[in-house]
Design a protein around this ligand. Structure first.
Ligand code: CAO
Length: 434
C-alpha cells in the first residue's frame, strides 16, 4: 500500500532558524533511502537531511535561503509501506567533524518516519556545495572549507572529493595544492583568473601543436618572474661608429676560417666593466628580500634563439677573457645550443643576461629579467642616423640598448647611471683598458 510520508526537520538540539543552504531534490524525483534531500546549516553545524524512505518526491516545501526549525515540513514522499526506514540512519561523520553531544533521534511525525544526519563543526564557516561540475554536487565541511581558505584555494576548483558522496576532504585540498605546485602555477597568490578556454574550431580550421619542453619550461619561468619582480626597462642608444670601425679592422686581419668578432663580444666586455663599477648589478636578492648577495665572479648569460626555443648558455669569468677567446666560446656555446647539446651546467651560474635581437632587427623591446639575476640587457639593430655635432648632422652608427632591472634592487637613477657607464665603454672602447 502506498504511503505519503511527510519529512520534517528533526530535533537538532534547541536550534531555531537554521538556514537552508541547498535543496537537492525536486518533485517527481525518484529518491532512495538515505539520499540527501537538503543541506541545512547553523553557525556551528552543517546538516544533511537524508530521506528516510524510498519513493517519489511529491512536493518540496523549502528553498535555499529559507529558515527552518525543528518540525518544519521539508517534503512529502510517496512510498510503499515497506520502503520506510525502521531504524535510525548512521550520522555522517567526516574528518575534523565533532558529532553533536546529543545524537539526533528519528522523529515519528503523524505516523511517518523522519530521520536526520547531523554533523557539528567548531568553525562557523558555511558549508560549501561544489557545483563546478554539472550534474555532480560535492560537499565540503566548514572545517575543510576553512582549511582551503587558509591555503587560498578556491574549493570550487576541486572537482571531486574522495569522501563519502564525493565530499571534499582535507586530503583532497592538500592533493589539489600539491598538483598545482607541481605544475608550477600558483593556486592562489596572484588571484588572477584563468584564461577561458575557447573553441577556435568554431571560427575556422585549426591544428594542435605540442609546445617543446624548452618552451614550456621557459614559459613557466617567465610567468613566475613576471609576477614576482617589479621590472623597469630603460631605453637608450649609443654611438658605436668607432667600435664598429675597430671590429671591422680586426675581422679584416682574420683568415677565412677564423671566427669573426661580432659586436656582441664588445657589449659583453663593456657590460662587465659597468658591473665592476656598479656591483649591485652583479647581485641577487635573498629569498626573504632582506639581503643583497653580491657576486665576485662575472658570468654572463647569452640568450640564444634555437629551433626548440630560447636557451641561455653562460660564458664564465668573462672579466678574465679577451675578445678572441670570448668570440670562440660564444660561437661554440651558441652552436651547441642550436644543436640542443647544452648540458645543465652550461646554463647555470649566470650573473646578468644579454638578449640580442640585433641580427634580426628592432628598435627597442622590453626583455624580462632572468631572475634571480637583477638585470638584463636587450640589444636591437644598430643603424646609421644623422647626429647633430653642434655645427652639422653627421652619420653615426647608433646602437639601441634596453636595460630591464629589478626595481627592488636597482633605483631608477642607478639604472640610468649604469647605462651611462655602459655607453661610455661602448662609445670609446679604449676605456675598457682603464
Ligand atoms: N645591429 C646590427 N647588426 C647586428 C647586430 C646589431 N645590434 N647584432 C648582430 N648583428 C649582425 C651581425 O654583425 C651579423 O652580421 P654579418 O652576418 O654581416 O656578420 C648578423 O647580424 C648575425 O649576427 P648573429 O646574431 O649571428 O651574431 P651575434 O653575435 O650578434 O649574436 C646570438 C649571437 C647567439 C646572440 C644570436 O645569434 C641570437 O641567437 N640572437 C637571438 C637571441 C634571442 O632570441 N633573444 C630573444 C630573447 S627574448 O627575451
Amino acid at each position: 500500500m502506498a504511503l505519503l510520508i511527510e519529512i520534517k526537520v528533526p530535533d537538532v538540539g534547541n536550534v531555531a532558524d537554521i538556514d537552508v543552504v541547498d535543496v537537492l531534490v525536486k518533485p517527481g524525483d525518484q529518491i532512495k533511502l538515505e539520499q540527501t534531500l537538503a543541506v541545512l546549516e547553523t553557525d556551528k553545524a552543517s546538516m544533511d537531511l537524508p530521506s528516510s524512505a524510498t519513493g517519489t518526491v511529491q512536493e518540496i516545501f523549502i528553498k535555499p535561503g529559507d529558515k527552518v526549525s525543528e518540525g518544519t515540513l521539508i517534503a512529502t514522499v510517496l512510498t510503499g509501506s515497506d520502503e520506510v526506514a525502521d531504524s535510525k540512519p548512521e550520522p555522517v561523520i567526516e574528518q575534523a567533524a565533532k558529532p553533536v553531544e546529543k545524537a539526533p533521534e528519528p522523529i515519528i511525525a503523524q505516523g511517518h518516519a523522519v530521520a536526520s544526519k547531523v554533523e557539528t563543526r567548531s568553525e562557523s564557516l558555511p558549508q560549501v556545495i561544489n557545483s563546478s561540475v554539472p550534474g555532480q554536487i560535492a560537499h565540503a565541511t566548514p572545517a575543510v572549507r576553512l582549511f582551503a581558505r587558509e591555503l587560498g584555494v578556491d574549493i570550487h576548483k576541486i572537482n571531486t572529493g574522495s569522501g563519502r558522496k564525493s565530499r571534499i576532504l582535507k586530503e583532497d585540498v592538500k592533493n589539489f595544492v600539491k598538483k598545482i605546485m607541481a605544475e608550477g602555477a600558483s593556486p592562489v597568490g596572484s588571484g588572477i583568473p584563468a584564461m577561458p578556454a575557447v573553441d577556435f574550431s568554431q571560427f575556422g580550421e585549426i591544428e594542435e601543436q605540442q609546445l617543446s619542453k624548452i618552451k614550456k619550461l621557459t614559459g613557466k619561468n617567465l610567468s613566475r618572474v613576471w609576477l614576482n619582480l617589479p621590472m623597469v626597462t630603460y631605453h637608450d642608444e649609443v654611438d658605436i661608429t668607432e667600435m664598429e670601425a675597430f671590429r671591422n679592422a680586426l675581422n679584416a686581419e682574420k683568415s677565412k676560417d677564423d671566427i669573426k668578432i661580432t659586436g656582441l663580444i664588445f657589449i659583453i666586455k663593456a657590460l662587465t666593466a659597468a658591473m665592476v663599477q656598479f656591483p649591485q648589478f652583479n647581485a641577487s636578492l635573498s629569498v626573504d628580500g632582506e639581503k643583497l648577495l653580491l657576486k665576485k665572479y662575472f658570468n654572463m648569460g647569452i640568450a640564444v634563439d634555437t629551433p626548440n626555443g630560447l636557451v641561455v648558455p653562460v660564458l664564465r669569468n668573462v672579466d678574465r677573457k679577451g675578445i678572441n677567446e670570448l668570440s670562440v666560446e660564444l660561437a661554440e656555446k651558441s652552436n651547441k645550443a642550436r644543436l640542443g647539446k647544452l648540458m645543465p651546467a652550461d646554463m647555470q651560474g649566470g650573473c646578468i643576461t644579454i638578449s640580442s635581437l640585433g641580427g634580426i632587427g628592432g628598435t627597442a623591446f622590453t626583455p624580462i629579467v632572468n631572475a634571480p639575476e637583477v638585470a638584463i640587457l636587450g640589444v636591437t639593430r644598430a643603424k646609421m642616423q644623422p647626429v647633430w655635432n653642434g655645427k652639422e648632422f653627421i652619420p653615426r652608427l647608433m646602437l639601441p640598448l634596453d636595460l630591464t632591472y629589478d626595481h627592488r634592487v636597482i633605483d631608477g637613477a642607478e639604472g640610468a647611471r649604469f647605462m651611462a657607464a655602459l655607453k661610455q665603454y661602448l662609445g670609446d672602447i679604449r676605456r675598457l683598458l682603464l
